[in-house]
Design a protein around this ligand. Structure first.
Ligand SMILES: [Zn+2]
Length: 213
């Protein structure tokens, strides 16, 4: 599948390297979440969020069911991305439903994601606000590259590559981090991290969460 991209003159080009995660985004997201069951979200301190997840090796019905549940949970929590360990499952898979810097909606799934190293000329940092469903009610500015490419597999095990700009680039990096055991707060200064945890403690989550022991 090819993704529509535009060159500097606004001419449409076709780039076969990246999957089309734009076409029928609304219908695809609806189908996933209507098959799925929403599950509560794990929060900072739950061990499943703080270690590397296991690789996906079976691309079967059970994985498809997990992905449906992840889309349902993402919708309930009003998230733009969700990693499997955020619903307590120790597997390298994330889903997303996120706008890029052009306001285009991307919906998809990546198993076993690995981020491309960006060449220096593509590394432009953006310091927008970031939040996480597993750190409910809190936000902090975090500098990240404004462009990302992630490679992995789809739900059937086929190799895929996804590219993101703007907030979607941030999402791809954030979700990949989750599956290696890192939260965005692990990338903050000690002071900012403390502030975020204070914000979290002061607010009630707007969606069901798994209580920590
Ligand atoms: Zn998160």
């Amino acid at each position: 599948m090819a993704q529509q991209v535009f060159d500097q003159d606004g001419e449409q080009q076709v780039d076969d390297e990246f999957i089309d995660d734009v076409t029928d985004a609304d219908a695809r997201e609806t189908a996933y979440r209507e098959r799925g069951t929403s599950r509560p979200i794990t929060v900072v301190g739950n061990p499943v969020l703080h270690k590397e997840c296991k690789d996906v090796t079976e691309f079967d019905d059970e994985l498809a069911k997990l992905i449906d549940d992840m889309f349902a949970s993402q919708r309930t929590a009003e998230g733009v991305g969700l990693a499997a360990n955020q619903i307590g499952v120790d597997l390298k898979v994330f889903v997303y439903d996120c706008m890029d810097d052009q306001g285009v909606r991307h919906v998809g799934v990546v198993c076993n994601p690995v981020l491309d190293e960006l060449p220096a000329e593509r590394r432009v940092l953006d310091d927008s606000n970031e939040g996480c469903l597993s750190v409910p009610g809190a936000y902090a500015e975090l500098a990240r590259p404004d462009y990302a490419v992630v490679r992995g597999q789809d739900a059937q095990g086929n190799p895929i590559a996804v590219q993101g700009t703007g907030y979607f680039a941030r999402c791809l990096q954030h979700e990949t981090d989750h599956l290696y055991g890192y939260l965005y707060i692990d990338r903050l200064s000690k002071r900012d991290r403390k502030d975020v945890l204070k914000q979290m403690a002061e607010r009630e989550p707007r969606y069901p969460v798994v209580a920590n022991d």
